[in-house]
Write a protein that binds this ligand. Structure first.
Ligand SMILES: CC/C=C\C/C=C\C/C=C\C/C=C\C/C=C\C/C=C\CC/C=C/C(=O)SCCNC(=O)CCNC(=O)[C@H](O)C(C)(C)COP(=O)(O)OP(=O)(O)OC[C@H]1O[C@@H](n2cnc3c(N)ncnc32)[C@H](O)[C@@H]1OP(=O)(O)O
Ligand code: FAD
Length: 667
C-alpha cells in the first residue's frame, strides 16, 4: 500500500532491491565523483534560486508569456553564468538544464550558433570587433540560413550578396518570396543582428554561399532598419518560447568587412579567394549536430526516469481474482516497451560523450590546418544526430504512452520533453537527408575497399567475410552481438552499392542510380549507425574501469540494447541466413531473460541519471513517488479552477439550457 507522505513504499522497495550502488553508476555516467559533485552544485544553484520559481508553470502560460518568461530566465542565466564565472560549455549546459528545463531559449541561437560562428569563421579583427559586443548582448544575433523555399539544399539558397567595389560594400537582397529567411531561432523579435547565408556575387560571378553579418534592428530603438522586414512566424508544434522568424532584405548595404573572411575572402577590388575546403563554412551545423546527440539522450533519459518510476508506483488490475493489483512495471509488455528504451538512453549518452570528444579533437586538427578528418567528422556527426534524435524522440513518445492517461497530461512533464526533442529530427539537417550524407560516405568507403585501399578503423568491419555465419550460442556473448550488427551493416552497404551498380549497368546515369537506390542507401546508413552505437556501448562497458556490480548490471543493459535491436529488426539479420532459426530462438529467449534480469534494477538505473524533481517537473516522475497527491495539487492549481463557476457558464451554457441562442446570430 502506498503511503501519502515520505517515499512511496513500492518505490522504496525497488531501491532496496537493486543490486548495485546508484552513486557508483552516477559516477560512471558523468565521468567521476568530482564531476557528479560539480553537476549537483550547478543543478542546486539553479533549482534553489527563488528567481526561477517565481513564474507560473510553463503549461499554464500563453505563447506571449512563454516567450517573455523564458527570455527573463535566459537573460538571468546569462548574468549568473558571468557572475559565477561559468565558462565551460558543460557547466553552462548543466546550469541551464536545471534553470529552464526544455524551455528553448529566446537567446539560444545567439549562444549556440551566432557566437561560435564568429569564433570559428571570423578573422582575428572580426572576432575583436564583434565578440565583446556579442558577449555583452549589445549585439544579439542568430544564424539565418534556411529560407522559405530551401532548408535542406543550401546550395539552392536564393538570398544574394553582391559586391560593389566602388563603395566596398555588399548589397543583400531577398529577390523572391521563397528567398525570405524563415525559421531561424530568435530572429522574429529578439535579435538585432544576423549571420546571413547568401549567394556571393563578385566580378559578375557566383562564388557560392557565404556568411555575412547583417544588422537588422536599430541598437537603441530596436526598430527594423531600412530595407529590413522581420517578424515572428507564428505558433508551432512546440518551441513557444522561441520567436523563430522571417526576414526579407531589400538592397541592404553592409561593409566589405562584414563578410566572415577567416577562410574565404573578397578583396577590395572584388577578387574572390577560395577557402581550403568549401564545406568549412558548414562548421557551425556540425557543432550543433554533435551537441544534439547528448541533448536527445538527455530527453530520453528523463522520460525513462518519469515513466519507470511511475510504473513502479502505479498499480493496475488484480493478477488473480481478488488478489493485489500488480505494479504495472511487472507486466512483461510494459518491460518490453520501457527497458529497451532505458538501454537506449544509456547507449545514446555514451554516444553523445564520444561525439563531443571527437568533435573537439577533430576541430582542433582543422583549426591547426589539417582538414583530413573533416569527411569523417561530417559523416559521424550527421549519422549520430539523425540516429539519436529519431530513436530518442520515438522513445519519449513511447514513455508517454506507457503512462496511460496521465501521460497525456502536461502534469506528466512528458509532452514538454517531446516537443523539445522532436524538432531535432528536422533542424540541423532533416534526418533522412543526413542519413543520405552518411550513405555517400559509406559508398566512398566501399569504393576504397574494392580498390584495396586502407579504411579508417571504424569502417574496417566492411571487409568482413559476408559468407560467415553468426557465432551466437546460448551464452549470447557481446562480441557475437557486435559482429551481427557489423555483418548486417556490411551486407546492406554492399547491397546498396550493388543496386546502384545494376542501375548504372542498365543504362542509368550515376545520379539516377543514386536516386533509384536511396531507400537501400538509407537502410545501410541506419544499420551502420546502429552498429556504431552498439559497438561503442559494448566497448564502454567492457573496457572502462568501474565498480564490478555496476559493470555486471550495465552489461545486462547493454546486452538488452543489442539483443532487442536484433529481434526488432530481424529481417535485416536473417536475410542471408546469418542467424539460423535456432539462434533466433536463443535471442528471443535471451530477450525475455534480460527483461527479468533488469527488472530489479530498473529504478536504480533511472535514479543514477540523478535528475532532481525540479528538473523533471513531473507529477509522475517524482523521487518520492507521491504521484496521486501531486496530480491532485496540479489539477487544483489550474487557472480553470480559479473560479467555481466560469463566466462562460452565464454567457453560453445557461442561455442554451433556456433555449436561447440569440448571441450567436449577433456574430
Ligand atoms: C554534455 C554536453 C556538453 C556540452 C554541450 C556543448 C555545447 C553546447 C552546444 C549546443 C547546445 C546544446 C544542444 C543543442 C540542442 C538544440 C539545438 C538548438 C537549436 C537548433 C537550431 C537549429 C538551427 C538550424 O537548423 S540551422 C540550419 C541547418 N541546416 C541544415 O542542416 C541544412 C542541411 N543541408 C546540408 O547540410 C547540405 O545542404 C547537405 C545536405 C550536406 C548538402 O550540401 P551540399 O549541397 O553543399 O553538398 P554537395 O552535394 O555539393 O557535396 C556533398 C559533399 O560535401 C560534403 N559535406 C557536406 N557537408 C559537410 C560538412 N559539414 N563537413 C564536411 N563535408 C561536408 C559531403 O560529405 C560530400 O562530400 P563528397 O563530395 O566528398 O562526397
Ligand atoms: C524548430 C526549428 C528551428 C529551426 N531553427 C533554425 C535556425 O535557427 N536557423 C536556420 O537557418 N534554420 C532553422 N530551422 C530550419 C531547419 O534547419 C530546416 O527546416 C531543416 O534543415 C529542413 O529543411 P526543410 O525545412 O527545407 O525541409 P525539406 O528539405 O523541404 O524537407 C521536406 C522533406 O523532403 C525530404 N527531402 C528533402 N531533400 C531531400 C533529398 N535531397 N533527398 C531525400 N529527401 C529529401 C526530407 O527528407 C523531408 O522529408 C529550424 C527548423 C525548426 C523546425
Amino acid at each position: 500500500m502506498a503511503t501519502t507522505t515520505g517515499v512511496n513504499s513500492d518505490l522504496a522497495k525497488e531501491r532496496n532491491n537493486s543490486t548495485f550502488d546508484v552513486e557508483e553508476l552516477s559516477n560512471f555516467i558523468y565521468r567521476g565523483p568530482e564531476k557528479v559533485k560539480r553537476r549537483r552544485y550547478l543543478h542546486n544553484l539553479a533549482t534553489k534560486d527563488p528567481f526561477f520559481r517565481k513564474f507560473k508553470p510553463w503549461a499554464f502560460q500563453t505563447r506571449e508569456e512563454q516567450y517573455e518568461i523564458c527570455l527573463q530566465k535566459h537573460l538571468y542565466i546569462n548574468k549568473k553564468c558571468k557572475e559565477l564565472n561559468l565558462t565551460e560549455p558543460v557547466d553552462k549546459f548543466f546550469y541551464t538544464e536545471a534553470a529552464a528545463p526544455h524551455e528553448n531559449s529566446p537567446i539560444g541561437l545567439h549562444t549556440v550558433m551566432f557566437i561560435p560562428t564568429i569564433e570559428k569563421q571570423g578573422t582575428e579583427e572580426q572576432k575583436k570587433r564583434w565578440l565583446p559586443l556579442a558577449e555583452s548582448l549589445k549585439m544579439i544575433g542568430t544564424y539565418a540560413q534556411t529560407e522559405m523555399g530551401h532548408g535542406t539544399f543550401i546550395r539552392g539558397l536564393e538570398t544574394t550578396a553582391t559586391y560593389d567595389p566602388r563603395t566596398r560594400e555588399f548589397i543583400l537582397n531577398s529577390p523572391t518570396i521563397t528567398s525570405m529567411k524563415y525559421w531561424p531561432g530568435n530572429l522574429g523579435k529578439t535579435t538585432n543582428h544576423c549571420l546571413v547565408m547568401a549567394q556571393l556575387y563578385t566580378q559578375g560571378k557566383n562564388c557560392g554561399i557565404h556568411m555575412f553579418m547583417v544588422q537588422i534592428r536599430d541598437l537603441e530603438t530596436h526598430m527594423p532598419l531600412a530595407g529590413i522586414e522581420v517578424g515572428d512566424i507564428g505558433p508551432k508544434f512546440g518551441y513557444g518560447t522561441n520567436d523563430n522568424g522571417f526576414l526579407r532584405l531589400s538592397n541592404v548595404r553592409i561593409p566589405r568587412e562584414n563578410m566572415l573572411m577567416r577562410y574565404s575572402k573578397v578583396l577590395e577590388d572584388g577578387t574572390y579567394v577560395k577557402p581550403p575546403n568549401a564545406k568549412i563554412a558548414y562548421g557551425s551545423m556540425v557543432l550543433v549536430r554533435a551537441a544534439i546527440v547528448t541533448d536527445a539522450a538527455r530527453a530520453l533519459a528523463q522520460a525513462c526516469v518519469i515513466s519507470i518510476r511511475y510504473s513502479a508506483v502505479r498499480r493496475q488490475t488484480e493478477v488473480s481474482p481478488g488478489g493485489e493489483e500488480a505494479q504495472i512495471i511487472d507486466y512483461q509488455t510494459q518491460q518490453y516497451r520501457l527497458f529497451p528504451l532505458l538501454a537506449t538512453s544509456y547507449a545514446m549518452y555514451f554516444a553523445g560523450r564520444f561525439m563531443y570528444d571527437f568533435y573537439l579533437k577533430t576541430t582542433a586538427e582543422i583549426e591547426g590546418g589539417n582538414l583530413d578528418s573533416m569527411p569523417q567528422l561530417h559523416a559521424i556527426s550527421a549519422g549520430l544526430k539523425a540516429f539519436s534524435s529519431w530513436m530518442c524522440s520515438a522513445g519519449v513518445e513511447t514513455c508517454r504512452l506507457c503512462c496511460g492517461g496521465h501521460g497525456y497530461s502536461h502534469a506528466s512533464g512528458l509532452p514538454k520533453i517531446y516537443i523539445d526533442v522532436v524538432p531535432g529530427c528536422t533542424y540541423e539537417g532533416e534526418n533522412n537527408v543526413m542519413m543520405l550524407q552518411v550513405a555517400r560516405f559509406l559508398m566512398k568507403m566501399y569504393g576504397k575497399l574494392q580498390n584495396g585501399e586502407a579504411l579508417p578503423t571504424f569502417m574496417q568491419y566492411m571487409s568482413t567475410d559476408l559468407n560467415k555465419k553468426s557465432c551466437m550460442t546460448e551464452e549470447v556473448a557481446l562480441n557475437c552481438l557486435v559482429m551481427a550488427y557489423e555483418h548486417r551493416a556490411a551486407r546492406m552497404i554492399r547491397d546498396a552499392a550493388a543496386s546502384m551498380e545494376k542501375l548504372v549497368q542498365s543504362g542509368k546515369s550515376p545520379v539516377e542510380a543514386w536516386n533509384g537506390s536511396t531507400v537501400m542507401l538509407t537502410w545501410a546508413a541506419i544499420a551502420h549507425c546502429h552498429a556504431f552505437v552498439t559497438k561503442l556501448f559494448v566497448e564502454t562497458v567492457v573496457k572502462s574501469r568501474m565498480d564490478s556490480k555496476v559493470q555486471s548490471a550495465l552489461t545486462s543493459l547493454c546486452k538488452l540494447y543489442a539483443v532487442h535491436g536484433i529481434v526488432e529488426n530481424l529481417g535485416g539479420f536473417i536475410q542471408d541466413q546469418f542467424f539460423d532459426s535456432k539462434q533466433v530462438k536463443i535471442l528471443q529467449k535471451k530477450l525475455m531473460q534480460l527483461l527479468a534480469e533488469i527488472r530489479p534494477n530498473a529504478v536504480a538505473f533511472v535514479d543514477a541519471f540523478d535528475y532532481p524533481d525540479e528538473v523533471l517537473q513531473s507529477c509522475l516522475g517524482r523521487y518520492d513517488g507521491q504521484v496521486y497527491q501531486a496530480l491532485y495539487d496540479y489539477a487544483k492549481s489550474s487557472p480553470m479552477n480559479e473560479k467555481e463557476v466560469l463566466d462562460s457558464y452565464y454567457k453560453y451554457i445557461k442561455p442554451a439550457q433556456n433555449g436561447k441562442y440569440q448571441q450567436y446570430s449577433k456574430l
